[in-house]
Design a protein. Sequence first.
Length: 701
Amino acid sequence: MKVSKEVAPLLGAAAATIPFAYLGNRFVDCACSYSDMLEGITAAPTEMWGYITAQPFHLLLNDAGMLGMLLGLCIPWTIAMVVLVYAQKNTRVGEEHGSARWATPEELEPFIEDKNPQGSANALLLSKNTGRAWSREGFSMNYDGNMNVLVIGGSGAGKTRYYVKPNVCQMNSDLFITDPKGDLMLDVGNMLVDNGYEIRSFNTFFPDRSLIYNPLHYVRTDLEIQSFAGLLISMTTPPKSSSGDPFWEKSEKMLYMALIAFMRDYCPAKDYNIGGLLKLLSMAKASESNENYKSPLDLIFDEIETGMRRVKRVPKNPEVQEQAAENPTPLDAPEELTVYTGADGERWDLAPSAFRRHSDNKRPYDNIHKNGKRGFDPTEDYALENYRKFQSAAGKTLKSILITCNARLAPFTAAEVKQLVVGEDQMHLERFGDPDSKNAIFAIFDDTDQRTLGFLHGMMVYQTVRVLCHKALEKYNGKLPRPVNFILDEYRSLSLPADISGFISVLRSRNIAMSVILQAKSQLAELYDEATADSIVGCCDTVLYLGGGKANKGTTSTCEFISDSCGQQTVFQENYSQSHGGQGSWSKSGQTVGRALIDPAEVAKLPKTECVVLINGANPIVDEKYPLTEHPNYKLMADTPGFDIKKYMAEKRRREDRELSARIASRSKAKARRKPGQNRPNSAGGKHYKSADAEKTDKSE
């Protein structure tokens, strides 16, 4: 049985108590035999052994003998106390300057295999011998953690080949992948489709190969409008730009909130997109000289507040009056509104507003204030409230704000961008994480022009994370049934806002992972302040360093970061000295010193075939990069031609049209067979997803 170092001294003292008490008694017995006590004490250590040999069982039982026994008894216990006090010191022999060491593959196997019957098939792959299990049978305190990975690798380090492609080949999660140039989708698209994935592409490089992403489709509540307006501003603001007077940004935000809320509450669904926002913004004007000037947009919000709309004075002919009372759709015919901004003194007629708020089906004209006036009070209408707050500034200030808004939204005015964001949303971000479907989105952009439209991809990432976090809480008690893996290559190009770190920190509980892929750690410093950059790194339980070429100014911080993360080890240092005098001499000495497990220069010289893996709670490991050709599903990718997204989308559209036609024909036959007055039977079976056209057909029937 192993005895702890705290108990061993006590056991030794107890065993030595009787022998030392006996020796103390015989020492005093020998010393007392001398007439001079001092002489006796001096001679006793050598003479007492003769006394013991002659009379081994003799004890001096007077007071002096008892005192000797007591002193002898104290000796072993005093030694034991000294040993215990010394043992409490943190000596850590061999670890004086650090205990870092390289892990073995066997030590890291449990991060995949522990309580995971599926083994590596249910893992996020990191290197040849390491990975993280998506799920386990039960919870493992030692090996469970978040699945976020910080991947760092310079140009040519193999970020796509050795990390992205192996994890796409796993096909054990839904995938959101940023794909510079679109090469990855070309390579893996057919494999994913053949294995049941639905692929959606958002391509700002070739818009004709892209589906439509309508960010406003995911903005429904007042709080979501407020959040999106802030997101729109932050995504289109250069990273770490100096912030001026917050008044301008807040005023700009209020205008966006007013326009988006107006589209949500009063406009047709087909206009609820960025195109509608641009059209409304084009109707906003301000006059520096005339504070009473009314722009077409002002008239729209006046109509909401008063319940009446202005029309030009017309003859009393009833037919003409009826035509004048027709309410133009604000987004379809803004030019009809411009006629109401005539010269000063022009007379107007008032007609009831035909606006109707979608949420409660109320018309401003039918709403009566407490003061007896018609229309909505600003406190009763979110769009009107924000517009009136925006209008509180002077005309010159309003004009400056409008110029800022138009400049910010200028990228959306390009025809190619309108093709991407105007129309019914086709990205279906909310489908991620469902147990009965497999989804993959490829966000493709031009890596040679990352600043122009990169914010659109960042906006999509941000909205997807937000939508899925809410979905997990509302529909699945906090955790999505199917893992969702965000693989964000060229993260620097996305310009995600600083508060993305708050989302990253909660992804684990939602069954979501995010891989932040950088060329150098300094790219985070370009986007965020030091605290935010450190927070993003801290939210990643795993760091994968794939190499970055020779050490230079751009990679120094990365090499130092990897070196510091690996820690310090204790090594023995030998020192030699030699003198060359007349006789000559030399000496040798040694001491323990601290040394980095791998110093920055060694990090920079890491072989191209190797990588460093750091998993929270484990020693680091230098391992081979994952051999893509050895993946069980590699042949499924390699043996297929390049994926044709245009052909895939066309075939999918034809298939959906055929399914829609079949459903319409089936319903028509069922309707024809029903007897007059017979109720329509409820549909049976499982859950079905319908296209928007099918939903419209249902409603029309």
